[in-house]
Design a protein around this ligand. Structure first.
Ligand SMILES: C[S@@+](CC[C@H](N)C(=O)[O-])C[C@H]1O[C@@H](n2cnc3c(N)ncnc32)[C@H](O)[C@@H]1O
Length: 503
């Protein structure tokens, strides 16, 4: 095909070959998760693909060369052809710009029953396919889906309701973009009610705006606007002029289990402003925090005790999941656990609590070990725990333990620095010992914006930190004598990555 991109001829040949060999059942089998029973309502009619080119005649010739009989080169840029010796065909759109790779499978509904068609549509979504546009095509409706195999559903008749359900309302892109652009307003609104302490005032039940305004020293009409916005976002229940907490809003209570009040204040305050340096760090590197405030985060905290306390409170909000880690570790009945960079000892305390025959060591920098000692004593396992002051870049890590933990350490450092830590830990590990990383990996098998958001957060608020994909963790471990054996899920997209010393 002169004028077409390399690979277009191959894509066309692949589509023709597939169409020749596959009936409806085989085509459905190519859509992971789609039940075979869909064949009762669908017929695989053709494969559709797009190629880059200037002239449909090139495609007509190519199709003829592959044994296809063109039956409708009618439109300026679409060629429809039947594949010789089979009832199915191919449809080729010839586009001036870049074309998508591969072809999509087109299924035509064999029913026009609206209820059944809604069911077919819902079943394809349940199978994990994502809506990818659709339109009315003459007296038919076409719904496109993206997935491991791209699919198109052709339905008889014009079906505006199903089309809207599939593509969203007509203003969907503008609405979605507006939502993205005003995200900062939500961050600030949540931070403002956290600063005002509204959630604490609602612990004993609903209150009116006037009451809340009087107790927080706010202006009634303005507080009302703020609460109404947050009620629409699910933070408060509204009953006329009375407000109460939802389960989401309750997380802003000072005394809530895992309270997120300080997190709301720091994300809407100190780290809200550091995010104004995002474009700078993307263009020039370095930490956006340092660009905005003129000092690195930990220097800032050292010089500003109030912010340091806020940061500690915010970090505590993110530690409730640590209590769940022990049940994901195959704890031996007896032995020793070393938590490297173990901070205040909370994770080690949880592990020792779950393993009464175990002893443990927190290894962290000298200024942290006092807090570790105190917390381990408070957790009632101080007699089985030691705290050892040291630097995981320079000092030997306590050797000979059965289990090593590195919780939320890797994401603070660049690969080269992580390699130093891992080699140091590896050198301390006897044969058969296990290393468990606690991180928020970016999972390609389970897309979620949270690890990606934290990856950006780390870029803004640390000097060289960032989240890694599971593969990047695997490679980093492998390069330093450790084999990643398992990834075990924790809430909020955190995970325990279990590795063993290689060799
Ligand atoms: C993000 S905190 C994680 C604390 C704890 N592992 C957890 O998950 O809650 C990072 C920890 O690494 C420790 N750390 C930083 N640099 C260190 C170093 N050079 N040697 C030992 N520990 C270090 C810090 O003191 C801090 O406790």
């Amino acid at each position: 095909m002169p004028g077409t991109v390399t690979g277009a001829r191959r894509a066309l040949a692949d589509a023709v070959r597939f169409v020749r060999g596959a009936g409806t059942a085989e085509a459905l089998a190519r859509v992971p998760g789609a039940p075979a029973g869909l064949a009762r309502h669908l017929e695989f009619t053709h494969a559709a693909l797009a190629v880059t080119g200037d002239d449909v005649r090139d495609v007509v010739d190519a199709l003829a060369g592959l044994g296809g009989a063109v039956h409708d080169p009618g439109e300026a840029h679409v060629v429809r052809g039947r594949v010789e010796g089979c009832p199915r065909g191919v449809e080729v759109a010839v586009l001036p710009g870049p074309a998508a790779d591969g072809h999509r499978l087109v299924f035509t509904a064999t029913t026009d029953d609206d209820v059944l068609l809604r069911g077919v549509h819902a079943t394809l979504l349940d199978a994990g396919l994502r809506p990818d546009g659709g339109d009315h095509d003459g007296d038919a409706t076409s719904l496109r889906f993206r997935g491991p195999t791209d699919v198109e559903l052709r339905l008889p008749g014009r079906r505006p309701a199903l089309l809207t359900r599939h593509t969203g309302p007509p203003d969907r892109p503008q609405r979605a973009m507006l939502d993205l652009m005003t995200g900062a307003w939500r961050t600030r609104a949540v931070a403002a009610v956290a600063e005002l302490g509204v959630a604490d005032l609602l612990v004993d039940g609903p209150r009116t705006t006037a009451d809340l305004a009087a107790r927080t020293g706010a202006l009634e009409s303005r507080l009302h606007r703020l609460l109404a916005f947050l009620a629409a976002l699910g933070v408060f229940h509204r009953d006329g002029d009375r407000w109460s907490l939802t389960d989401v809003g309750a997380m802003l209570r000072r005394d809530a289990e895992g309270s997120q009040r300080d997190l709301a204040r720091i994300y809407g305050g100190l780290f809200y402003h550091s995010f104004t340096g995002l474009e700078h760090t993307v263009r020039a590197g370095g930490s956006a925090f340092e660009h905005v405030y003129g000092v690195r985060p930990f220097e800032h905290f050292a010089a500003n005790p109030a912010d340091a306390r806020l940061f500690e409170g915010a970090m505590a909000a993110g530690t409730s999941f640590l209590d769940l880690v022990p049940r994901l570790l195959d704890l031996p009945e007896r032995g020793t656990v070393v938590d490297v960079g173990g901070g205040d000892g909370r994770l080690l305390g949880a592990v020792l609590g779950a393993g009464p025959g175990l002893r443990g060591i927190v290894f962290d920098r000298p200024h942290v070990v006092a807090a570790g000692r105190r917390v381990l004593d408070e957790l009632g396992c101080g007699d089985r725990a030691e705290v050892v002051a040291g630097d995981f870049f320079h000092d030997p890590v306590p050797a000979g333990a059965d289990l090593y933990l590195l919780s939320r350490i890797m994401h603070d450092w660049a690969d080269e620095r992580c390699a130093v830590i891992l080699r140091n830990v590896r050198a301390a590990m006897p044969r058969g010992a296990v290393l468990a990383l606690v991180e928020r990996p970016i999972r390609e098998d389970r897309p979620s914006p949270l690890p990606l958001a934290f990856n950006v957060h780390m870029m803004v608020n640390t000097v060289e930190g960032g989240e890694r994909t599971t593969e990047q963790h695997r490679d980093l471990l492998a390069a330093n004598g450790l084999t990643l054996e398992d990834v075990r899920d924790l809430p909020l997209d955190m995970a325990v990555l279990v590795a063993r010393a290689t060799g």
